[in-house]
Design a protein around this ligand. Structure first.
Ligand SMILES: CC(=O)N[C@H]1[C@@H](OP(=O)(O)OP(=O)(O)OC[C@H]2O[C@@H](n3ccc(=O)[nH]c3=O)[C@H](O)[C@@H]2O)O[C@H](CO)[C@@H](O)[C@@H]1O
Ligand SMILES: C=C(OP(=O)(O)O)C(=O)O
Length: 426
């Protein structure tokens, strides 16, 4: 198993190009199930999650290949299978997102339950509620969810989606994709508003869907008979971009991320500014400058978009471990997303957890340590800790990093980080 070796303490300085958005691409790849013929997706990050979803789509009868770096080509000449193997679904929780489109296109679907994960329980009740509202009959079969639409086609309906955590991204995506091919009108109330959902709808509308209201909490869909494959360029990754901005701040450096619409970063730039960083914008480039700054503590609450993104909470919390004063970080989207903080304490961070809140007392310096990433964004957090720490850190658990960050080592090296991927003992 490879590990990262990070020699910290030096300010990062330079420009990084944002990669394509993992979460947008995964949703759009699921929507390819709905589209007849050839689809070309551009700006696709080469990530293990993307490659796993390609295998899953292949099982349903959609052919997928890398046509060029960051470009995927799909051909959907009719689905040949309405179920996928459990091993693949277990590899990646987001694979459950094929449930809605598979059901809408094939008339039935059987997908193993994805289960919980290290950041929280993550049930799929809202996905199922949406499909039931559209007329699907659902039952459990051999540990999988089996659904069938009576009469072969889903029927548009009005529905309320949401959980005690607020809106649901995956549930909203499922309802949009299934509604796109349902007969009649579907209305989703309390829809999630994340930029990746807007990207999914832009793709679907280009393919012939009739969806309006995306980006608001009421989405209306006039179902169509069929959708056609198209060429589409996916949005860039706001979580990856935010992580690199935090890397600039935690090393007291100056980092520009290119190709990221600033509004997609929601509250992050403003929080970095409150901490004492300079923030400058130029078109789709954003620069954080923390050189020679004493950064101050601040408070963070995660929320559904346009709130502060939960996926950036681990990076932001790591940054706060080196800010002067006490910061409170409240996590409202997932019920167990502070596991990574234990590893940060190995680097000398002072963090106490009280329910859904982390209390972070800033320390002068972090120190290098051997740490293990327990999930995707924990991996980003461990790297940030290592970049800021005095001495050398070793980061294990890179299978998580590979799920969501494209070429992180090369990108960080290009702005001066001393980071390498090595086999232990070499
Ligand atoms: C592949 C992908 O796009 N993943 C993103 C997606 O995950 P995902 O789509 O799983 O996140 P949701 O917005 O659905 O989940 C939000 C909260 O609602 C709960 N919930 C969700 C669905 C449901 O049927 N029942 C239920 O209780 C979840 O457990 C969680 O606590 O949005 C999250 C919130 O922005 C991000 O952190 C993930 O990176
Ligand atoms: C939680 C994440 O992804 P997923 O929903 O695929 O687990 C993430 O990207 O931080």
């Amino acid at each position: 198993m490879e590990v990262l070796r990070v020699k910290g303490g030096a300010p990062l300085n330079g420009e990084i190009q944002a990669s394509g958005s993992k979460n947008s691409v995964l949703a759009i790849m699921c929507a390819v199930l709905l589209c007849d013929g050839e689809t070309i997706l551009e700006n696709v990050p080469n990530l293990s999650d993307v490659n796993t979803l390609m295998e899953i789509l292949e099982e349903t009868g959609v052919s997928c290949e890398w046509a060029a770096p960051n470009t995927l080509r799909f051909v959907n000449n009719g689905l040949t299978n309405w179920t996928v193997s459990e091993d693949l679904v277990r590899k990646m929780r987001a694979s459950f997102s094929i449930f809605g489109p598979l059901l809408a296109k094939a008339g039935k679907a059987q997908i193993p339950l994805p289960g919980g994960c290290v950041i929280g329980a993550r049930p799929v009740d809202q996905h199922l509620k949406a499909m039931q509202a559209l007329g699907a009959e659902i039952k459990m079969l051999d540990g999988s969810v089996y659904a069938e639409c009576k009469g072969g086609r889903l029927q548009g309906a009005a529905m309320f989606l949401g959980t005690r955590f607020g809106s649901t991204v995956g549930g909203t995506n499922a309802a949009i994709m299934a509604g796109a091919l349902s007969s009649g009108t579907t209305v989703i109330y309390n829809a999630a508003r994340e930029p990746e959902i807007v990207d999914l709808v832009m793709f679907l509308n280009k393919a012939g869907a009739k969806i309006r209201g995306v980006g608001t909490d009421i989405i209306t869909i006039e179902g169509v008979e069929s959708l056609n494959g198209v060429r589409y360029t996916c949005m860039t990754d706001r979580i990856e971009s935010g992580t690199y901005l935090c890397a600039g701040a935690i090393t007291r450096g100056r980092v520009t991320v290119k190709g990221i619409p600033p509004q997609s970063l929601a509250g992050l730039p403003s929080l970095l500014f409150d901490m004492g960083c300079d923030i400058s914008l130029e078109g789709d480039s954003i620069t954080v400058d923390a050189r020679d700054r004493d950064l101050r503590a601040t408070h963070v609450i995660t929320f559904a978009y346009p709130g502060f993104a939960t996926d950036l909470q681990p990076a932001m919390l790591t940054l706060l471990t080196t800010a002067k004063g006490i910061s409170y970080v409240k996590e409202t989207v997932f019920d167990a997303r502070f596991g990574f903080t234990q590893e940060l304490t190995r680097m000398g961070a002072d963090i106490k957890i009280s329910g859904d809140t982390a209390i972070v007392s800033g320390v002068e310096r972090l120190t290098g340590a051997r740490v293990v990433a327990s999930d995707l964004r924990a991996a980003g957090a461990m790297i940030l800790g290592g970049l800021a720490a005095d001495g050398t850190s070793t980061v294990e658990g890179l299978q998580y990093l590979d799920r969501g960050y494209e070429n992180p080592v090369a990108k960080l090296q290009s702005i001066g980080a001393q980071i390498e991927r090595v086999t232990p003992g070499t």
